[in-house]
Ligand binder design. Structure first.
Ligand code: NAI
Ligand code: K
Length: 353
């Protein structure tokens, strides 16, 4: 990561402050080559402005790649509000932020991220049109974890087909780490498909949920135990950095496909996975169902249309895995290439790079 927007190729970085409400925000627009930049607002108590800037630059670039491969006519952006949401989040602060989003005239659309929720988007929407992830009552897409889980399941089916020849998890043992908003829906899809699910979570309430609603799920103590378990597929659905040198060395699964953002703890892990013959379905490809769901709001939310789009994650994942084989590179590298190609080809038509 770097805090130098010129070095990272961003189109625009906007610093926002409002003394009265204490708002300090940075909006990063990496690329509008494919359309307005869409990405969530992270509300987080960063240690310094440099840390906030580095995060927004990194995240907005990631959104450009994710949106490009999701087939959306949207570029990549992200915003951070620097502060502790528990202490400083207020209607006035969110509305002050909304006015900054509005001032960009539609170059940036916001959404939820860590520290911001659907009701916050409803408040922001009182000051700007350029917001997604609002509540269903306000014409929004609501809970994006529904299609995130659906998309992860589709990506996992493509990976299964690549490795075992059939696009199903039937008879496979799938390890789900994290039974949160996404993990819960994913367990449902997997069970329905005939997979044997092994799962874990640090939260006892999530484990209780599994015991009562999915008694067929086998629970293990922690993610370390899950990684070492006799599983065919590993689905990280908790926090980032799930795949580091130790995890990859211990992993018994043949496939990794999960919802968590930034699963590779550092660059180079994709190579370690490939060397061990483990197929990694890139996180930002398979977890794009959420952004597909909220992006649909821009046209007036239609769940079935959004679900069809999220179903195409199966085709995209397949294409990436094939390209990886043809080019002799890990899938993470193939995914980046495909995203860059779409941004360059379509961006060229619009003379934006
Ligand atoms: P969540 O916060 O609802 O669920 C995360 C779950 O993981 C919680 O139940 C938590 O107790 C558990 N957990 C935390 N640390 C753990 C550990 N060390 N071992 C096992 N379990 C642990 O979050 P959500 O929305 O389900 O998201 C999961 C991941 O997917 C996150 O990385 C998120 O960034 C990513 N994601 C979510 C999207 C969405 O639409 N919700 C969209 C794209 C990505
Ligand atoms: K750019």
């Amino acid at each position: 990561t770097t805090d130098d927007p010129e070095a990272t190729g961003h189109e625009q970085v906007v610093f926002c402050q409002d003394k009265q409400t204490g708002l300090k925000a940075i909006i990063g627009i990496y690329s509008t080559a494919l359309g307005p930049a869409l990405g969530g607002t992270r509300f987080y108590p960063y240690d310094s402005e440099e840390a906030a800037l580095a995060d927004v630059l990194d995240l907005s670039r990631g959104m450009a790649y994710k949106n490009a491969l999701a087939g959306l006519d949207l570029g990549g952006g992200k915003a951070v509000i620097w502060g502790d949401p528990e202490q400083v989040k207020s209607e006035a602060l969110l509305r002050a932020y909304g006015r900054f989003v509005e001032s960009l005239g539609g170059r940036y659309y916001t959404a939820c991220d860590v520290g911001t929720y659907v009701p916050d988007m409803d408040v922001i929407a009182r000051e700007t049109r350029y917001v997604t992830g609002r509540s269903v009552e306000h014409g929004g897409a609501g809970d994006s974890s529904i299609l995130t889980a659906w998309g992860v399941f589709q990506g996992m089916r493509a990976a299964a087909e690549h490795v075992w020849g059939v696009p199903t998890l039937r008879g496979r043992r799938v390890g789900v780490a994290g039974l949160g908003k996404v993990g819960k829906y994913l367990v449902g899809h997997l069970s329905e498909d005939g997979a044997e699910v092994v799962a874990t979570d640090v939260n006892p309430r999530a484990l209780d949920w599994a015991r009562t609603t999915h008694p067929e799920v086998h629970l293990v103590d922690d993610a370390t135990a899950l990684v070492a378990a006799d599983i065919d597929v590993y689905a990280p659905c908790a926090l980032g950095g799930a795949l580091d040198d130790d995890t990859v060395a211990a992993l018994r699964a043949k496939v990794v496909a999960g919802a968590a953002n930034n699963q590779l703890a550092h660059s180079g892990v994709e190579k370690l996975l490939a060397d061990r013959g483990i197929l990694y379905a890139p996180d930002y490809v398979v977890n794009a169902g959420g952004v597909i769901q909220v992006a649909d709001e821009i046209e007036g939310f239609d769940f079935e249309r959004a679900k069809l789009r999220a179903t195409r994650i199966y085709d995209t994942t397949r294409e990436i895995l094939r390209l990886a084989d043809t080019d002799g590179v890990p899938p993470a590298v193939a995914a980046d290439r495909l995203a860059e190609r779409r941004m360059a080809e379509i961006g060229r038509l619009r003379a934006i790079h």
